[in-house]
Design a binder for this molecule. Structure first.
Ligand SMILES: Cc1ncc(COP(=O)(O)O)c(C=O)c1O
Length: 394
């Protein structure tokens, strides 16, 4: 069966990814199983998505019940699941309003439009958006234009105009490029796709001070870092600042496609017909989001993530001491990376063969983004596998 399926994929799939030749079939907790029955410890969570692991009893039950009740209605009507999810988000954050969509890139598209609308209400030329070098915001044109990594633009120009990139963590560059025409700054406080690079606290504080003083919207992209991934609900809470607009996706739905933009009342510039989505906020996905949010907020998952994150860090420090090919370990909570001074491709492949799933970044980095529910024993098991693989590869 496997060979037939792989052949079929080879014939039918657009090659935007180059998947490893394994076909995943089912999952339970922090484990995945392929069509051959091989078990994998999932320390990638589908790139930070399966926050409650696989086949979580509460999430599966809620989705089954919701499917029996109502899968989809348009946004021409209200639906109960959506209202409940918005209430939970607003009730547990510093934000007042919510827009649901289907992915991280769409959340950033909406945030960019919102910021431009707000800016132009103040002055017609307040349209520029400052972005961070090596940031990542998605693959659709607005978000791609905000992704200041020209290698992602090759062959797809021209990008949307009005985006100005600055050097991450360099306040002088920021000050040089900041002016009254800037309607928004978009940034990740921890750059996930680029290998888990943390912003400096003083940098974020200075950016916050300047944006606040100029009525410039600070959009924080929490698509990868949000919903407890770092041990706090939002990663920007570590920086003791508030965002004006925040974007979310990935872990919010625990596996169903959902994105969200949250904003403070002051920035709620959208009027009817300004923006829209057919699927965004439908009952199935918002039901899932409510289950995830309740588990993270009420189920004390944040403390658990902080604790298991520290345990993971200790294990990674141990690996770094053992292997000189490890250049640096970075991150916080259950969002960690290992930067090697050798290519990481063979290590990622070796891990899969060993039964461990990790996520690559650049050419020499691996990311560990396990489900938030992971127990220490499984972290230890994963680290042992990684230890063995590094030893074999070098
Ligand atoms: C910080 C950040 N923003 C946006 C995105 C895009 O999200 P999506 O792939 O759901 O469109 C990603 C995806 O990796 C991300 O890490």
């Amino acid at each position: 069966m496997k060979e037939t399926l792989l052949k079929s994929a080879e014939n039918t799939m657009m090659k935007t990814y180059l998947p490893y030749p394994v076909i995943m079939e089912k999952g339970k907790g922090v484990y995945l199983y392929d069509t051959e029955g091989k078990e994998y410890l999932d320390m990638g969570s589908g790139i930070g998505v399966n926050s409650l692991g696989h086949n979580h009893p509460k999430l599966t039950k809620a989705l089954k019940e919701q499917a029996e009740n109502l899968l989809h209605v348009s946004n021409l009507y209200y639906n109960k699941a959506q209202i409940e999810a918005m209430e939970t988000l607003v009730g547990n954050t510093n934000f007042d309003k919510v827009f649901f969509c289907n992915s991280g890139t769409e959340a950033n598209e909406a945030a960019i439009k919102l910021a431009r609308k707000y800016g132009q209400m103040k002055s017609p030329d307040k349209t520029k958006i400052i972005t961070m070098d090596q940031g990542f915001h998605g693959r659709t044109y607005g978000s791609l234009s905000a992704t200041a990594q020209p290698e992602f633009w090759e062959g797809f120009g021209p990008m949307v105009e009005g985006f100005v990139s600055v050097k991450f963590n360099d306040i002088h560059d920021f000050k040089d490029k900041f002016n009254a025409q800037v309607c928004a700054v978009i940034l990740e406080v921890i750059q996930g796709e680029s290998g888990i690079i943390m912003a400096d606290k003083e940098y974020i504080e200075a950016v916050r001070d300047m944006t606040e003083a100029n009525d410039t919207i600070l959009i924080i992209d929490e698509v990868q870092t949000g919903v407890g991934r770092t041990g706090k609900f939002f990663a920007h809470e570590y920086y003791d600042i508030e965002a004006d607009v925040v974007t979310m996706a990935k872990g919010l739905g625990g596996g169903v496609p959902i994105g969200a933009v949250l904003c403070k009342d002051r920035y709620n510039a959208f009027k009817p017909k300004d923006h829209g989505t057919t699927f965004g906020g439908n009952p199935l996905v918002t039901k899932a989001a409510s289950v995830v949010l309740n588990e993270v907020i009420e189920g004390n998952l944040l403390e658990k993530v902080a604790e298991s994150g520290q345990y993971l860090e200790k294990q990674l420090i141990r690996l770094k001491e053992k292997y000189s090919v490890i250049k640096e370990i970075r991150g916080i909570g259950l969002m960690r990376s290992i930067e090697f001074n050798i290519p990481s491709k063979e290590i990622i492949k070796g891990c899969i063969e060993e039964g461990l799933l990790v996520v690559g970044s650049k050419d020499n980095i691996i990311r560990l983004l396990p489900p938030l529910i992971i127990e220490k024993e499984d972290i230890a098991k994963g680290i042992n596998m990684l230890d063995k693989v590094i030893g074999l590869v070098i």
